[in-house]
Design a protein around this ligand. Structure first.
Ligand code: SPQ
Length: 430
């Protein structure tokens, strides 16, 4: 369990870094390549622990995958190329791997078992297992199939028209992945549009996807065709440096190659609404995903209210948005964000408890948090609780604290951003 000490930044953060590959898109590129016909080559893959778990699970399903740094080659043999695994599929810390794989396996005519770490063992899976059972899969596990380990006997699934209570890309993706293997049409309706990387990438692999407002539909029995995929940088990783650049005095940094999918850019809307000095350049489209370079400089910020349809567009950024709010004048209110309770940790509780330790004026609410921007943070010993985003949010807070902050279990950061501290040090040294 590694402690890391993060020093306050006195001279500003300056220079430019290239943001590593998007985690959500990296998972999908490997999964879709694994069930496609032919070779898929991936460039810009995120070699974080979560995405490595996805590779390891699909290898156990008999798929030939070659991985070196940010390059991956996947030799898929279609849906029928997946083989009954003789080993348990270990998803590590990755909710995306768990839920999307459930969708794939629900329609495969064999038995498989999914297990994960202690955090995964607490995360609710019935949001996926219930509709997949309705489609015809047999799935069992602790708490009536809500908790891992989960045992799946798939096959003979039928299309479903499903209304999800939560805006969740993992729920939507799992059902669509089962749907394109099943008889008939499958539709998923969600209250707000969640990230749409599955829809975009399925189309890139040759699948027909229909979108109508908040509803996505696919026809069953569709095959995917292998292809070349270039993955943009992860805006959720960029968010830590966007916030650091906005709040650390005398900063001016450029983040290159950041994915700008509109279902993910809530952090940009928040920064601009708070008054951040943020500009976009080099805008282009890679495999149907928009990308840009982002330049941010220190500025004075004002508090805002964040809720509604914005929440799914920035759900993973809320821990670092809370840090941003500590430096904005006035009261920032984050609401409609109950989903934070079922992430790697209960991120309402963990953000509030750890930011309080470093002197923030912050209170938890039933569906979010309220932060009074005092601008004052102090040195302390904080926990990541094994949650990568809590660890990185605390590191950003440390940059504007009066004394160093020690972060326990900092190794969790490797789940989504293995080179985080290298990039932070690059920006400190220029
Ligand atoms: O994969 P995992 O563990 O669920 O990761 C997180 C994260 O912070 O990296 C959530 F804890 O991101 C999810 C995100 O919150 C990744 C994701 C995806 O790739 O589809 C979708 C979101 O979750 P959800 O439940 O809203 O679908």
């Amino acid at each position: 369990m590694a402690d890391v000490v993060v020093e306050p930044v006195r001279q500003g953060l300056n220079g430019d870094i290239t943001i590593p590959g998007d985690k959500s898109i990296s998972h999908r590129a490997v999964m879709f390549g694994a069930v496609a016909n032919g070779r898929t080559t991936i460039e810009g893959f995120l070699p974080g622990e979560d995405c490595i778990s996805t590779i390891s699970c699909f290898k156990k399903l008999g798929v030939a995958i070659d991985h070196e740094q940010d390059r991956v080659t996947v030799d898929g043999n279609g849906w029928d190329g997946l083989q009954e695994p003789v080993e348990i599929l270990d998803v590590g810390n990755s909710g995306t791997t768990t839920r999307l794989m459930l969708g794939v396996l629900a329609a495969r005519p064999f038995h498989s078992v999914i297990i994960g770490d202690q955090s995964i063992a607490k995360r609710p899976m019935s949001r996926v297992t219930v509709p997949l059972r309705d489609m015809g899969a047999s799935i069992d596990g602790r708490a009536e199939g809500n908790l891992t380990p989960l045992s799946i006997r798939g096959g003979n699934t039928k299309g479903i028209s499903y209304t999800s209570k939560v805006a969740s890309a993992q729920v939507k993706s799992a059902i669509l992945l089962a749907g394109i293997q099943s008889e008939g049409i499958t539709s998923v309706h969600e209250p707000f549009i969640s990230r749409d990387h599955t829809e975009r990438m399925l189309e890139a692999f040759g699948v027909e996807v229909e979108r109508d407002g908040n509803t996505v539909s696919v026809r069953g029995k569709q095959e995917l065709t292998g292809r070349h995929i270039v993955i943009p940088g992860d805006i959720s990783s960029a968010a830590f440096f966007l916030v650091a650049g906005a709040i650390v005095p005398n900063s001016n940094i450029t983040l290159r190659n950041v994915g700008m999918n509109p279902t993910r850019t809530g952090i940009i809307d928040v920064l601009l609404a708070m008054g951040a000095d943020l500009t976009l350049s080099n805008q282009q489209v890679l495999n149907g995903e928009p990308v840009a370079d982002l330049t941010i400089a220190t500025s004075s910020l004002k508090a805002i209210e964040i809720g509604g349809e914005l929440i799914p567009r920035l759900i993973d950024e809320i821990p670092v948005i809370a840090v941003l709010a500590t430096q904005a004048s006035g009261k920032t209110v984050i609401k409609d964000a109950e989903e934070l309770k079922v992430k790697e940790t209960n991120r309402i509780d963990t953000v509030v408890s750890e930011l309080k330790k470093i002197g923030a004026s912050i209170e938890a609410t039933e569906d979010g948090m309220i932060i009074n921007g005092t601008g004052c943070l102090q040195g302390a010993h904080v926990q990541s609780f094994g949650d990568h985003r809590i660890g990185m949010a605390m590191a950003v807070a440390a940059c504007v604290s009066d004394q160093p902050v020690t972060i326990a279990e900092s190794e969790a950061i490797a789940v989504s951003y293995p080179t985080f501290f290298t990039d932070l040090n690059t920006l400190k040294s220029l």
